[in-house]
Design a protein around this ligand. Structure first.
Ligand SMILES: Cc1ncc(COP(=O)(O)O)c(C=O)c1O
Length: 385
C-alpha cells in the first residue's frame, strides 16, 4: 500500500510563509482602513508567553487571572468607574455590545433598544440573538445621534439606549452628556460603545477640549465597551465591557461544573490568556503618558493626511473628530478597487459615498507621502480628479 508521508516541519514552514505572504500586514503600512494595528512589541512578547493559558478555567491559571483583574482595574480607572464597578474581558466590540444588552434585557425584562443609525452592525447580531427590537435613531448632519428623535422614541418597552463614542464610519462622538441626562430622567440603562474611541477620547481631550465626556463620570452611564485590540495597541482578540455595578456580572453567569471555578460569566468558555497578557503588558508599559504620545501622533498625522488630501483637490465628508478620515467620491468602490490593485487597502462606505482611512499608529508621515501620489494617479484614472 502506498504510504503517504506527512509534510516535514520544513514543508509546513514553507507553506506558512506562502500563506503569510498572501496577506497584507499592518507593519507594511498599506492597510489604511482598519481599526486594528500591529500589537506593540511588548504585547507581542506577552502574547506568546501566555499562549497555553486558559482563562475559561481560571483557578488553574491564578497568575493569568490576577493579570486579567489588574487589566480590568486599569480600564476602570481610565474610564473613571466608581468603586462599585467591575468588568468582563470579551473578544471585542461585538461581544461587548452583545453582553451589555444581555445585561440590560435581564435587568429590565424589556426588549427594545434605541440605537443610533450610525451604530456598528454588531447590534444587528444583538437583535438576531436575543429577540431584541432595534429602533434606529436618525443622525444629524454631523453624524451624531439626533436627540429630539431619541426623546420621541422613548417608550415603556425600552431596555436600553445606546450611544457611540467613536463611530465606526467616521469616528464621531454622540452628545453623551445630553443622552446621560435623558437616561437619568427616564431611568434607562445607557450603554456606550467606545470600542474604538475608548482608548482615544481620554487623551484627545487635552488636544481638543470641546470633546464631550463619555465615561462613568456621567452618572447615567451603565456600561462601556472598550477594545484594547483597536487603539489600545494590544493583540487580537481583546475587548472589555466595564459595568457600573459588579453584581450585574452575576446576571450573565452560570454554574460551571467540571472546571476549576464554580461559576462562569459571559458568552465564551475556553479562552486564551495570551491577549490578556498582551493588553496587560502594553497598558502598564505605556500608561497614560505613553497613550497620550501615541494618540497625539495619530492626530498630528491625521491633520497632515487631511492637508495632503485637500491639496489634491479631494473633499472630506466632514471634519474628522479623531483619526478617522472619510474622503467623498462619486464612486468609492471603484477608487478602493483601483487602490487595491496598487497594493493599498482602504474601506468602502457606499452608504456615505466615501472611503474610510483610519490613521492608526502604523500610518506614519512617510507612509502618507508614499500613498498620496498613488491616490492622485488612481483618482485621475477613474475620473474622480
Ligand atoms: C464602534 C464599534 N463597535 C463595535 C465594533 C466591533 O468590534 P469587533 O469587530 O472587535 O467585534 C467596532 C468595530 O470596528 C466598532 O468600530
Amino acid at each position: 500500500m502506498h504510504k503517504r508521508n506527512n509534510p516535514t516541519k520544513k514543508d509546513i514552514s514553507r507553506q506558512l510563509i506562502t500563506y503569510y505572504n498572501q496577506d497584507y500586514h499592518f507593519s507594511d503600512g498599506h492597510i489604511l482602513g482598519s481599526m486594528c494595528t500591529a500589537p506593540h512589541p511588548i504585547a507581542q512578547k506577552a502574547y506568546h508567553q501566555f499562549l497555553d493559558t486558559n482563562l475559561g478555567d481560571p483557578e488553574l491559571f491564578p497568575g493569568t487571572k490576577t493579570m486579567e483583574t489588574k487589566l480590568i482595574h486599569y480600564i476602570c480607572h481610565m474610564l473613571h468607574a466608581p468603586p462599585t464597578a467591575d468588568g468582563l474581558i470579551v473578544s471585542g466590540g461585538t461581544e461587548g455590545n452583545i453582553s451589555a444588552i444581555w445585561i440590560a434585557k435581564l435587568l429590565s425584562n424589556k426588549t427594545t433598544i434605541l440605537v443610533p443609525e450610525h451604530a456598528h452592525f454588531s447590534f444587528e447580531k444583538v437583535a438576531l440573538l436575543m429577540n431584541i427590537k432595534l429602533k434606529k435613531i436618525p443622525s444629524t448632519k454631523d453624524y451624531t445621534v439626533n436627540i429630539a428623535h431619541l426623546k420621541k422614541n422613548i417608550t415603556n418597552d425600552v431596555a436600553a439606549v445606546v450611544a457611540i463614542a467613536g463611530s465606526t464610519d467616521l469616528g464621531t462622538i454622540d452628545p453623551i452628556p445630553e443622552i446621560n441626562d435623558l437616561c437619568i430622567d427616564e431611568h434607562l440603562f445607557l450603554h456606550i460603545d467606545a470600542a474604538f474611541g475608548g482608548f482615544i477620547i481620554p487623551y484627545l481631550k487635552t488636544l481638543k477640549p470641546n470633546i464631550p465626556d463619555f465615561d462613568f463620570r456621567l452618572k447615567g452611564v451603565s456600561t462601556i465597551s472598550v477594545d484594547a485590540h483597536k487603539m489600545g495597541y494590544g493583540a487580537i482578540p481583546l475587548g472589555t465591557l466595564i459595568m457600573r455595578e459588579k453584581q450585574w456580572i452575576d446576571l450573565i453567569s452560570v454554574t460551571s461544573p467540571c472546571i476549576s471555578s464554580t461559576r462562569q460569566a459571559g458568552i465564551l468558555g475556553t479562552r486564551s490568556g495570551g491577549p490578556v497578557a498582551a493588553a496587560y503588558a502594553v497598558t502598564h508599559y505605556l500608561g497614560p503618558k505613553g497613550y497620550q504620545k501615541v494618540i497625539t501622533t495619530c492626530i498630528q498625522n491625521t491633520t497632515y493626511f487631511i492637508h495632503q488630501i485637500q491639496k489634491l483637490g479631494l473633499n472630506l465628508l466632514l471634519e474628522p473628530t479623531m483619526n478617522v478620515i472619510a474622503i467623498h467620491f462619486t464612486n468609492p468602490t471603484r477608487v478602493a478597487q483601483a487602490l487595491a490593485q496598487q497594493g493599498w487597502r482602504v474601506n468602502i462606505m457606499e452608504h456615505l459615498s466615501s472611503i474610510r482611512i483610519v490613521v492608526m499608529p502604523q500610518i506614519t508621515k512617510q507612509i502618507i507621502d508614499e500613498f498620496i501620489p498613488v491616490l492622485k494617479k488612481v483618482c485621475i484614472e477613474v475620473g474622480e480628479l
